[in-house]
Design a protein around this ligand. Sequence first.
Ligand SMILES: CC(C)(COP(=O)(O)OP(=O)(O)OC[C@H]1O[C@@H](n2cnc3c(N)ncnc32)[C@H](O)[C@@H]1OP(=O)(O)O)[C@@H](O)C(=O)NCCC(=O)NCCS
Length: 161
Amino acid sequence: MSETQPQSGLLIRKAVIKDVPWIHKLVNHFAGNRRMLSRSRSEIYESVRDYFVVEDGGEIVGSAALHIFWEDLAEVRALTVAESHQGHGLGLKLLDTCCSEARLMGVRRIFALTFCPAFFQRAGFQPSPKSELPHKIWTDCLRCPLFPDCDEEAVIKDLAE
Ligand SMILES: CC(C)(COP(=O)(O)OP(=O)(O)OC[C@H]1O[C@@H](n2cnc3c(N)ncnc32)[C@H](O)[C@@H]1OP(=O)(O)O)[C@@H](O)C(=O)NCCC(=O)NCCS
């Protein structure tokens, strides 16, 4: 999958290098409000091939990353929609784009760690005890300034359903 056209003038596509400063700005704007975890530019450059963006007339107004963990598990990360563009279905469209790519890759389950589980539940994700996720996912948590006092919740979806 490379591109989808969610509404007139808007394009969801794979991220490229020039999008990184935009993604960094979006993610860290919401991280500053404690609504998601912050990411450095270097982390985003290293994983830029995980990212999708929403482009509106040359501006990047949304992002989401699909990170593969293991043969049957992937994570949705850094899901953002700029405040100017919220409430028009772009968040769900980005989430669906990540789920579709995971299915295409042959991954069976997709999870997220989030401060807003209710949003993911609208897309068929179920709450899950963090302890049921593999230990490997905690590598990122160990690097996070909020660890171990983080109130992110885990949600997971079985893509075969
Ligand atoms: C969460 C976020 C990605 C949603 O983007 P969006 O484009 O506004 O979402 P959508 O328009 O696709 O919303 C779809 C539905 O989810 C609901 N929804 C949106 N944000 C929600 C939230 N934080 N909690 C619960 N439900 C939410 C909407 O009300 C809408 O419901 P409706 O269809 O009944 O109207 C966006 O608000 C955002 O970037 N927030 C800050 C970063 C963040 O919290 N990211 C989440 C992952 S950590």
